[in-house]
Design a protein around this ligand. Structure first.
Ligand code: SIN
Ligand code: CO
Length: 376
């Protein structure tokens, strides 16, 4: 699905489909071969620190269990689906799939979830709050698309699963290996495996407006002087005891509005959208080891697969966000930063040049410290 390939044009996609309408892209990837066979996916679901789930449909009920699993969990007599989250963090070939959507801001991307289902397996009719590109790996899956849903759409009673009570089918497609179905937020969808199959969900994320307001307000409060108070010079004489008059409220609103208009930086946004879903702590020892390796001429440096990195240009330079952390640099770091963000591996010779420049050397150290890059 490279930009400009037949059947998929990124300008048309962005203008007509993104966030608005589903799109089926047949044979989206030339000479497609699955980046992860089902047995290797099952192997990941045995691991303690990898998030996995099994959803099963038994006697008219949707059942959910959480991993890590053991081999016996994969022997079931009802249709079931295994879902493994953030597989792009662990499997480089799956991380490669992210380049299919590199025409969209990388900080909007969440993770690549991979599912395996036996014949008839499904997670039920549902809708997601985020955009998703559903790439068929092995086998076939029948996808039905339905109505537009919202927070008030009735769900089946379940503590954790959000399965729609009603599903009004509008379209149906059978996807084979290498086909992609793009589904925008809110559209009901229901995929049922036809024989065993795997599906790679390239999922997006978007911050809640509530969280944006809260983070913006936090950043504003850091700027505001706590010793400034509501003022009402030239107030009108009271005519009705105890009343908060419309004029008092107008004054309060105007003073709040003036405070909201205070000039603040916008770093809260980058910090919010790069916050990692999974903790990515590096121990002091690991960090010290990586610093030594980097200083002594490491083989290569690249963006860590789980890292969330973004940047913005400002008059004073470049602000770099890594896993929720914020730091500012001179704009001379841009070539190094953009190469890393584009997914390039910085090899020894290039790295030596970067390390010789104090600004890029300090960028690389910051990226190392915040889990943005790995050194090998
Ligand atoms: C699946 O892979 O079975 C579910 C993916 C989705 O519906 O978002
Ligand atoms: Co979905």
């Amino acid at each position: 699905m490279n930009a400009g390939e037949p059947g998929f044009d990124r300008e048309t996609f962005l203008a007509q489909y993104w966030q608005r309408k589903p799109l089926l892209i047949r044979n989206a990837i030339d000479a497609f071969a699955t980046p992860l066979p089902a047995d290797e996916l099952a192997g990941l679901a045995l691991e303690d620190d990898i998030e996995s789930r099994i959803i099963e449909y038994r006697e008219g009920q949707w059942l959910l269990c959480h991993g890590p699993f053991v081999e016996e969990d994969f022997r079931r007599d009802c249709p079931w689906t295994l879902l493994v989250q953030a597989v792009d963090h662990y499997v480089p070939a799956v991380a490669q799939l992210r380049s299919l959507v590199k025409f969209l801001p990388s900080w909007r991307l969440d993770d690549v979830m991979v599912s395996y289902a036996v014949d008839g397996g499904s997670v039920g009719p549902h809708y997601d709050n985020y955009d998703v590109f559903l790439l068929q790996g092995e086998g076939e899956r029948r996808w039905q698309l339905g109505q537009f849903c919202h927070a008030g759409s009735p769900l089946l009673p379940h503590d954790e699963l959000r399965i729609l009570r009603d599903f009004n089918r509008t379209t149906e497609y059978v996807l084979g290996p290498g086909d992609i179905l793009y589904v925008p937020p809110g559209i009901a969808h229901w995929g049922v495996a036809q024989g065993e199959c795997t599906t790679f969900s390239i999922g997006f994320r978007a911050p809640r407006i509530n969280d944006m307001v809260s983070r913006w307000a936090d950043s504003l409060l850091e700027q505001l002087d706590p010793e400034v108070f509501y003022s009402d010079s030239h107030t009108e004489p009271v005519t009705r005891a105890g009343e908060i008059r419309p004029r008092d409220l107008e004054r309060a609103r105007a003073q709040v509005q003036a405070a909201l208009d205070t000039d603040t930086d916008s770093h809260w946004f980058g910090a919010l959208v790069t916050e990692p879903r999974y903790a990515c702590d590096t121990s002091e020892d690991e960090l010290a080891g990586a610093r030594v390796l980097l200083a002594s001429g490491a083989g290569a440096v690249a963006l860590a697969p789980a890292a969330r990195v973004a940047w913005q240009q400002e008059q004073a330079g470049v602000v770099v966000f890594v896993n929720g952390e914020v730091s500012s640099f001179d704009e001379s770091v841009l070539d190094c930063l953009m190469a890393l963000c584009a997914g390039d591996q910085l090899a020894v010779s290039v790295l030596a040049d970067h390390l010789a420049r104090p600004e890029t050397a300090s960028l690389l150290d910051y990226l190392l410290e915040t889990g943005g890059i790995y050194v090998e």
